[in-house]
Design a protein around this ligand. Sequence first.
Ligand SMILES: [Zn+2]
Length: 312
Amino acid sequence: MRANTKSQGTLRFAVVDGVAPSIRRIAVGILLLLLMVAGCTHHDSITPQETFSGEEAYHWIIAQCELGYRTPGSEAHRQVGDLIVEQLRTLGWQTREQRFTYRDTPIRNLLAWQGEGPAVLLGAHYDTRPSADEEDPDVPVMGANDGASGVAVLLELARVLDAPSTGQRVYLAFFDAEDSGGLDGWDWIVGSSHMAERWGEGGEPPLKAVVVVDMIGDRDLQIHYEYHSDVELQESIWRVADDLGYGDSIIPTYKYAILDDHIPFLRRGIPAVVMIDFDYPYWHTTQDTPDKVAPQSLEAVGRTLQVWLESR
Ligand SMILES: [Zn+2]
């Protein structure tokens, strides 16, 4: 592209040679401009590093919630799964779906990967809870924070990460059926349990680390250490957050023990962590809507994970 632009500019210059100096100056200007444009293009192509954007991530909150309640077995649930896979493929990630049936309901985990080397997995659940049982059990949860926020962070990471350059195999996992626990005899963390128990059967390399993100979009973000999580892994991530200036919202003190999608991996002896803000007043209510989620919160978590991954 650069060579073409240059010859085109030279041609222009030759054509106007010998005419009035002012016209020649314009021609020289055009030539320089074309060379500058070519130069910029070249420069951009050798600096591909992108930075995680909270605003970009927030668009994925809206896109998911616009589909409706993403409860297992529903049409909106199928659509959000398709949307995630389509976006990952567009961004050049390899993808695989893991389908099974649980209590007569079709369940689908989604997995994407890039790069070669030691394997690390970032995961989030994409299903939403069929009952807002902390408030009105007859209405489902919209899940702007509880469901959509983790997915939004992973999809924006899929855009900005250059996994091959990190020397790692990076997996992005979108777990199904995390959030129907205690309803109609359903368990919690059904999708992640299925994936963790079968990890390696399809030739996947052993995982060095698993990081689950869940409910990380609250405007008033407070992500504490979680008691089940791997201590060393947890400290390494929280340290990056502090280095980036997020120490007020990604806080290195213990607060809760949470049953979440990191547990099945811990059960298999894999170091795993959950990043979760459990101080969210709209948890499992009808009020878990996009206005409760802030781009800055998504950005704090996303940038922390991007820098943590790229500096490993
Ligand atoms: Zn939930």
